[in-house]
Design a protein around this ligand. Structure first.
Ligand SMILES: Nc1nc2c(ncn2[C@@H]2O[C@H](COP(=O)(O)OP(=O)(O)O)[C@@H](O)[C@H]2O)c(=O)[nH]1
Ligand SMILES: [Mg+2]
Length: 286
């Protein structure tokens, strides 16, 4: 592996966590987004400490890109740990309408207590958090499209915060909490890069592509073979990339393989379902 030093700003991470922590007191529940293809690597390891006992719903985003049986495994894994998780796809609207009812179920006790005290029924107050590119804005837009209204000028709602009303049942803080992934662990960084969570110039692209090919060779060999029409899958990464490059005509003058082009082809195809739905980590890995 080549040098994997990452431009890393711990200050950003603590500031982001602090901002989430400050807003926590205004909401009933946190909707924590994680990428269904890498639910562990796309989370922030410090978030559980910050959230403490605040109710939480984990939303596994981009479920359309992940293998559904593994997504189910993750959901069971969270359940075993006392956390409710729901897989969603904010582009095709898959399970979007389950978010509010699931949040209601999680908050059942709280609302029953309020009712017993004679308080009026009220919308759930929620905030969305997650690492960059996990789908926060897309989800907010999808939820908003389902119903109108921007801010909440309701009694008992802090004026300085902006809320988005989702039907009459939920109010969402209009700015999501941005978490930073923790990619000091090489594998975590590589998974974030393969799925496009971090920009392609952050890690050396050859490392990212080699990681992806090794993962595919081990877990999805038949897909590699079919996609690139390989008779056999070479154990040698350079040789494998060369074969793919030649098959695709990614060549430089002198009939040499254009590796930069090969990197782009492979990453594009992985990220855009051309090798099928892919999951890059399962609960057993962690
Ligand atoms: N396939 C798929 N792509 C998604 C989904 N949600 C978001 N995206 C894409 O992921 C990228 C980042 O989404 P965005 O909402 O901007 O992420 P944010 O940085 O967390 O706000 C965009 O290209 C979205 O189109 C999803 O459920 N499925
Ligand atoms: Mg955004």
């Amino acid at each position: 592996m080549s040098n994997m030093t990452i431009q890393w700003f711990p200050g950003h991470m603590s500031k982001a966590l602090r901002q989430v922590e400050e807003k926590l007191k205004y909401v009933d529940i946190v909707l924590e987004l994680r990428d269904a293809r890498i639910p562990y690597s796309s989370s922030n390891p410090k978030i559980s400490k910050i959230i403490k006992k605040k109710p939480r719903l984990i939303l596994l985003t981009k479920a359309d890109l992940a293998e559904s049986n593994f997504t189910k495994e993750w959901i069971s894994y969270y359940k075993e740990n006392g956390i409710t998780a729901l897989s969603i796809d904010a582009i095709s609207n898959y399970q979007i309408n389950k978010i509010v009812p699931t949040a209601k179920l999680i908050l059942k006790d709280l609302f029953e207590k309020e009712k017993a005290k004679g308080l009026k029924a009220r919308p759930i107050k929620a905030m969305i958090i997650g690492i960059p590119n996990v789908g926060k804005s897309t989800l907010i837009n999808t939820l908003v499209k389902k119903k109108v209204a921007q801010t909440g000028d309701r009694p008992g709602v802090t004026k300085s915060l902006q809320w988005i009303n989702i039907k009459d049942e939920m109010m969402l803080l209009d700015t999501p909490g941005v978490l930073w992934p923790k990619f000091e662990d090489q594998k975590v960084g590589l998974k974030l890069a393969v799925t496009g969570a971090i920009k392609d110039n952050i890690l050396p692209l050859d490392d990212v592509v080699i990681f992806a090919l090794e993962y595919l060779r081990k877990h999805y060999p038949y897909r590699l073979r079919d996609r690139y029409q390989l008779e056999e899958i070479s154990d040698n990464n350079i040789e494998l990339m060369e074969t793919i490059g030649r098959k695709r005509g990614a060549l430089l003058p002198g009939n040499k393989v254009n590796f930069d082009k090969v990197f782009d082809i492979i990453l594009y195809e992985i990220r855009n379902l051309l090798l099928g739905r892919l999951t890059f980590e399962v609960p057993n890995d962690i």
